[in-house]
Design a protein around this ligand. Structure first.
Ligand code: ZN
Length: 109
């Protein structure tokens, strides 16, 4: 089968590590292009990956949050599951870094 990304290479079945949120979820079977490296996990692997991501408590960490007003500034509420994943503690200092007009990055010091 020809690669759908580069249209030059061919897919080979390989065992590939799956990284999610910087965590190694495990090694799964995938089709990897021998030219550009495009990687497609097969549906059987996708089910296993999803199950493992959920087992490790990494599922659904992306969350909506509302800005509230506190004193002269604004507060962003960080859901407990996300705070646990990041090992954030009350009173901990972080760096707020605007990426552009739509994105704010919080860097843990
Ligand atoms: Zn390719």
């Amino acid at each position: 089968m020809k690669c759908t990304a580069c249209n030059m290479g061919k897919y080979q079945t390989k065992k590939v590590p799956y990284i999610f949120l910087g965590q190694n979820i495990g090694v799964f079977e995938a089709l990897v292009c021998n030219h550009c490296g495009e990687t497609l996990f097969e549906s059987g692997a996708s089910d296993k990956i999803e199950a493992e991501v959920k087992r490790q408590g990494l599922w659904g960490l992306r969350a909506r949050s509302k800005i509230s007003e506190v004193g002269n500034g604004l507060d962003v509420r960080i859901p407990k599951s996300l705070a646990q994943f990041l090992s954030l503690k009350k009173g901990q200092e972080v760096i707020l870094e605007p990426v552009d007009k739509n994105r704010l990055q919080i860097v843990i010091d």
